[in-house]
Design a protein around this ligand. Structure first.
Ligand SMILES: Nc1ncnc2c1ncn2[C@@H]1O[C@H](COP(=O)(O)OP(=O)(O)OP(=O)(O)O)[C@@H](O)[C@H]1O
Ligand SMILES: [Mg+2]
Length: 272
């Protein structure tokens, strides 16, 4: 990977933990600070695509998504950029996703392995990204991932320089953390020795719920995970929830929606 580019992977296999919201807000804030950002959507739900592109219809990009970019194993950087990287706003380009992203594993094990024996199916995105970065040296790449630990996650982690784990204070999310980090360390060992953990961001925190506070305290006191928690927390608020309706352009509530994310981004940059 080009040493200048920071590649952030946002993940946790628990659904609805604000992965896509956080990836979109971080991309937006970095771009506003003058950084060149490539956002990559690896989730077949296409939520990051939706949040950043202002297209309500993710099928707008059918056939020109991150999946096809990964399948274009022999394409060069220029071809990848012109076919699969779409400018969406000032400073942000997008490699989008839609339903067919769900067929990645089938393609990897039925076709890729047969056609490219000896090549690792976990390094397909990394291969494409390296070629893209040679022709477009982005400052940051922001990767949104699906609520599972499958081939999209492995490929995303293998292409990343840093992991940001989301933690929405619930028992299921607490249960998800050990398996998530097991996967991170597995990818580091097998595919990406320089992979670093940037931290764990608590999201959707509800001030008035004692059980949520207790779960957060449990995590904060944990020897392994506690030191990874970002000091900034993202609280559950209507303005943040409505980002998916109002978007980042001409959203009158934008300041309230992203204030906490600005602090988080600041803290993240200090940790890199
Ligand atoms: N701080 C917040 N306050 C209120 N609502 C939020 C907040 N963060 C996210 N949401 C809302 O919660 C829902 C889940 O968020 P999001 O889609 O970002 O999570 P996710 O982890 O990407 O989900 P999935 O696992 O399905 O990909 C969305 O409707 C989003 O708008
Ligand atoms: Mg999501």
């Amino acid at each position: 990977m080009t040493s200048k580019t920071t590649v952030l992977y946002f993940g946790i296999q628990k659904g609805g933990a604000a992965k896509s919201t956080t990836a979109a807000a971080t991309a937006y804030i970095l771009a506003k600070r003058g950084q060149k950002v490539l956002a990559i959507d690896l989730d077949s739900q296409g939520n990051l695509t939706n949040l950043l592109s202002e297209h309500d219809d993710i099928y707008e990009y059918s056939g020109r998504t991150a999946l096809e970019a990964m399948k274009s194993v022999e394409a060069n950087g220029e071809e990848l950029v012109s076919n699969y990287v779409h400018p969406v706003s000032e400073g942000i380009d997008l490699m989008p996703s839609e339903d067919f992203m769900a067929t990645l594993s089938r393609w990897l094990y039925r076709e890729f392995e047969r056609n490219y024996p000896g090549k690792n199916p976990g390094l397909v995105l990394r291969g494409a990204l390296e070629k893209i970065l040679r022709v477009r040296p982005y400052d940051f790449v922001v990767i949104d991932s699906p609520p599972s630990l499958g081939d999209q996650s492995i490929n995303g982690m293998a292409a990343a320089t840093h992991i940001v784990s989301l933690f929405e204070p619930s028992k299921f999310c607490l249960d998800a953390l050990p398996r998530f980090f097991e996967t991170v360390y597995h990818v580091r060992q097998q595919l990406n020795p320089n992979l670093q953990v940037a931290g764990i961001l608590a999201t959707m925190v509800e001030k008035r719920r004692a059980d949520a506070q207790l779960l957060l305290e449990t995590l904060a006191e944990d020897d392994e995970y506690g030191p990874l928690l970002f000091a900034q927390r993202i609280y559950r608020r209507a303005a943040t929830g409505r980002l998916n309706l109002q978007g980042f352009v001409e959203n009158r509530e934008l300041r309230r929606a992203i204030q906490e994310y600005e602090q988080f981004t600041e803290e993240l940059l200090q940790r890199l």
